[in-house]
Ligand binder design. Structure first.
Ligand SMILES: CC(C)(COP(=O)(O)OP(=O)(O)OC[C@H]1O[C@@H](n2cnc3c(N)ncnc32)[C@H](O)[C@@H]1OP(=O)(O)O)[C@@H](O)C(=O)NCCC(=O)NCCS
Length: 304
């Protein structure tokens, strides 16, 4: 049970409580001013976030007016995702984000979630410093890319990309391990919009069950892999949660994913891709365009 907390901030009394339906208007109003140079996305997902049972939105209020929010999502039995931290510009620098995050800390401890993750733009200096003080370890750097879906050329068909199933589990897991676990960072999958979680055998089985796993094979060997996910804001795009495999043939996979998306009626392919030279080159070659928000850093830390 999360208790209502009352903390005296520098000037006014700040209360933190769970979001209520009537907070919507005030929250969306201050979120219009989150960033100076670009718009926020909170208005696109507020209703879904509010309704989702796996997540909790905490709201900071001053004189009964919402002035800050932060959300936590239970991804698995052990993993939490922190997102949507926003403080109205006029109330920044008064400890409100810290108060909100202390409520999330309490939630993850009570829910016995061992691992927390979050992500922010690499140029968000205030947030990066907050993460450093929290002991967050940077476990990945990602750039959003998008490409419109394309029809096959004259009579061409998707030639190499096949839908994988449970029989392929071992070869998929071998490929994931081959390319990813060589690094000290966990192998991460981007789920539900942009929430990173560990790609475990259990998660892979779930994705196979949904028909979300695609691969390119060469001489009966799986050489490239793509796992679908989904966006919180659009059902019209083919959202990717994970790609991996041989650098030399990654471009073919990425191009054929655009054709697959077309076949399935999606307008585009999109996703966050790990910053690796060969992958960025393959993305560019296959016609994908970078988003204009630069790279995003994913942090991870142990809850104690
Ligand atoms: C980031 C943000 C949530 C901070 O909210 P806040 O209520 O002003 O933060 P707090 O006053 O609780 O301060 C949190 C920490 O940041 C530091 N900080 C806050 N504003 C700062 C500033 N302008 N410059 C340097 N440090 C700052 C504080 O000193 C504090 O440090 P501590 O952890 O050592 O105590 C707020 O600036 C905001 O809404 N920014 C836009 C959205 C955003 O960046 N969200 C997070 C990632 S997506």
């Amino acid at each position: 049970m999360i208790h209502l907390i009352m903390i005296m901030a520098q000037v006014d009394e700040v209360k933190v409580r769970l979001a209520q339906a009537e907070d919507r208007e005030a929250v969306l109003a201050f979120c219009q001013n989150t960033w100076e140079n670009h718009s926020d996305y909170i208005h696109l997902i507020w209703d879904q976030w509010f309704a989702a049972p796996q997540g909790r939105i905490f709201v900071a209020v001053v004189n009964d007016i919402p002035v800050g929010i932060a959300r936590v999502v239970q991804m698995t039995d052990s993993e939490a995702w922190w997102e949507g931290l926003r403080v109205a510009p006029a109330y920044r620098g008064r400890g409100i984000a810290s108060i909100l995050e202390s409520q999330i800390e309490q939630f993850v401890l009570e829910a016995n979630l061992k691992i927390s993750r979050t992500c922010n733009a690499s140029d968000n200096t205030i947030r990066n410093k907050m993460m450093a003080r929290r002991g967050g370890r940077k476990v990945g750097s990602y750039i959003y890319h998008q490409a419109i879906s394309i029809a096959h050329g004259n009579g061409d068909q998707v030639t190499q990309l096949v839908q994988l199933n449970f029989q392929d589990f071992n070869s998929i897991w071998e490929l994931v391990n081959d390319f990813e676990f060589l690094s000290e960072n966990p192998c991460l999958y981007v789920s539900r919009g942009a929430k990173w979680q560990e790609l475990t055998p259990h998660l892979l089985k779930n994705c196979l069950e949904q028909g979300w796993v695609w691969g390119c094979q060469q001489n009966d060997e799986l050489i490239n892999l793509a796992i679908q996910s989904h966006s919180e804001t659009s059902q019209k795009t083919f959202y990717l949660g994970y790609v991996n495999g041989k650098p030399e043939t990654m471009g073919i996979l990425l191009l054929e994913l655009r054709q697959l998306a077309f076949e399935k009626g999606y307008s585009a392919v999109e996703g966050f891709f790990p910053v690796r030279d060969h992958l960025l080159k393959s993305l560019a070659k296959a016609g994908y365009q970078e988003g204009n928000l630069g790279d995003f850093w994913v942090y991870q830390w142990q809850n104690c």
